[in-house]
Design a protein around this ligand. Structure first.
Ligand SMILES: [Zn+2]
Length: 376
C-alpha cells in the first residue's frame, strides 16, 4: 500500500489512482472537468429557478429543511426575501441524536411557510442494515467508502422527490454546502436510476412501492428539478457568519453538541473495514491538499474543520486500529477511551467534544445490535 505524497490518500482508496510520482488523480485535478460540468449545470438551474414566475400549483418549491444552520438560513431567505411559496419538507432521520421536530419550532414561528414532517423509520433502517451487512462493491468507485451515509441521504431525497412529483411542485431546494454540491447528483431521473442500480428492483420496491418506477419513464418537464441555493454563495460561504445572522434574527439556538449522526462510529467502521480509511478521509485529504497549495493563506473547508497542521497518516492508522478493536470486542474500554480522546484532540476537537465523541465510539456495538448490523 502506498499513499499520495501530497494528500495522503491511499492507492486502494475507491476512485483514486496514483501516478508514478506517487501523486493521486485528485491532486492532479483529473476530476476538474467533471466538477466544472456539474457546477455549470447546477448554476444554470438555480438561475432559472430564481427568475421563474410563480408556479401553477400551491407551491413554487419543496424546500428540504433539516433544521440545521444552512437550511434555516436559506429557508428564511427563500420565504422572507425572495418571496417564494415554500413547502418546507423535513425528514425525521432516526439516526440523528436530536430529532428534527424539536428544532423546527423556532422557524415555524418566524417563517411563513407550510411545514411538512415526514418519517419512515422501518424502511430507512431496513436499507441501512442491507448496506452494512452485504459485501462492499469491488472495485470501488469514488465515494463508495461513504455508501451508508450517501444511501441515507438518497433515501430521504427520494421521498422528497416523490412528494414534489405528486404535488406537481416544479423545484426542490437542497442546502448542501458548496463542497457537497460537487459530489451530488442533481438530475432526478439519475438519482432514481442510481438507487435502483445500488439496491436492485426488489428492495427498492419494498422501500418505495411502485411509485418510484414511474419517475424513470416520466417526461423531463414533469419531473421536479433540484436546485442548490448555496451554489450562488460558493465563494463566500462562511458558517460563522451564517450562525451569527441567524442568532441575530432569533432563528437559531446553538449548542456545542449540535445535532449529529449516532451512526458516525459505524460509518467509520464501514470505511475502515471495506476501504481501510476513515470516514472523513476525502475531506481531511482535501484539507491537507489545500494547506499545502495555499501556503499561509487561510482557507475555508466548509462544514468540517481540521487543524492547519494535521498529520493525517498516523491519526488515521490509530483511529482504524481502535475502531476495529471495539468492533471485535477486543481490548479494554479505558485504553480505547484514552486513544480516542487523543486522536480527536489531534483533529482539533476540544477535550469535552473529544470525550463525547469517544463515548459514542465505545458504544458502537450496542448501536449495531439495535439495528441488526453484524460486526465482524
Ligand atoms: Zn493526493
Amino acid at each position: 500500500m502506498s499513499r499520495c505524497t501530497v494528500c495522503s490518500l491511499k492507492d486502494d482508496h475507491p476512485g483514486v489512482v496514483l501516478d508514478d510520482q506517487q501523486v493521486c488523480n485528485l491532486c492532479n485535478f483529473d476530476f476538474a472537468e467533471d466538477l466544472l460540468v456539474n457546477y455549470r449545470y447546477t448554476s444554470e438551474v438555480f438561475a432559472e429557478f430564481q427568475q421563474a414566475p410563480p408556479a401553477d400549483g400551491e407551491f413554487d418549491c419543496l424546500f428540504m429543511y433539516s433544521g440545521g444552520k444552512d437550511s434555516t438560513y436559506m429557508l428564511d431567505k427563500f420565504v422572507n426575501e425572495y418571496g417564494k411559496r415554500v413547502l418546507a419538507y423535513t425528514f425525521d432521520v432516526p439516526f440523528e441524536s436530536v430529532h428534527a421536530a424539536q428544532n423546527i419550532s423556532l422557524a415555524q414561528e418566524k417563517i411563513p411557510a407550510t411545514f411538512l414532517l415526514d418519517a419512515d423509520d422501518d424502511n430507512i433502517k431496513l436499507m441501512m442494515r442491507e448496506v452494512f451487512n452485504r459485501p462492499a462493491p469491488k472495485p470501488g468507485r469514488y465515494l463508495d467508502e461513504k455508501l451508508p451515509c450517501v444511501s441515507c441521504r438518497t433515501f430521504f431525497v427520494l421521498r422528497a422527490i416523490l412528494n414534489a412529483y405528486e404535488r406537481k411542485i416544479p423545484y426542490i431546494a437542497l442546502c448542501a454546502d458548496p463542497q457537497q454540491i460537487l459530489t451530488m447528483e442533481s438530475n432526478v431521473r439519475e438519482i432514481v436510476r442510481g438507487f435502483y442500480e445500488t439496491f436492485g428492483e426488489r428492495l427498492t420496491g419494498t422501500l418505495f412501492g411502485e411509485r418510484l418506477e414511474d419517475l424513470l419513464f416520466e417526461d423531463d418537464e414533469d419531473l421536479p428539478k433540484i436546485v442548490f441555493p448555496f451554489i450562488a454563495m460558493r465563494h463566500d460561504y462562511d458558517p460563522d457568519h451564517i450562525v451569527a445572522e441567524l442568532q441575530a434574527k432569533g432563528l437559531y439556538e446553538s449548542s456545542p453538541l449540535e445535532t449529529h449522526c449516532t451512526l458516525f462510529p459505524l460509518l467509520n467502521y464501514y470505511s475502515f473495514k471495506n476501504w481501510d480509511c476513515m470516514f472523513y478521509k476525502l475531506n481531511a485529504s482535501s484539507h491537507v491538499r489545500s494547506v499545502r497549495r495555499n501556503g499561509d493563506q487561510a482557507r475555508n473547508t466548509f462544514s468540517i474543520k481540521f487543524p492547519r497542521a494535521l498529520d493525517l497518516a498516523p491519526v488515521e492508522d490509530q483511529l482504524g486500529e481502535v475502531v476495529m478493536a471495539i468492533a471485535a470486542g477486543e481490548g479494554s474500554r479505558e485504553e480505547h477511551e484514552k486513544t480516542l480522546i487523543d486522536v480527536f484532540q489531534r483533529m482539533d476537537a476540544t477535550e469535552d467534544a473529544a470525550r463525547f465523541v469517544a463515548q459514542s465510539f465505545l458504544d458502537m456495538r450496542s448501536v449495531a445490535d439495535d439495528l441488526g448490523i453484524r460486526l465482524s
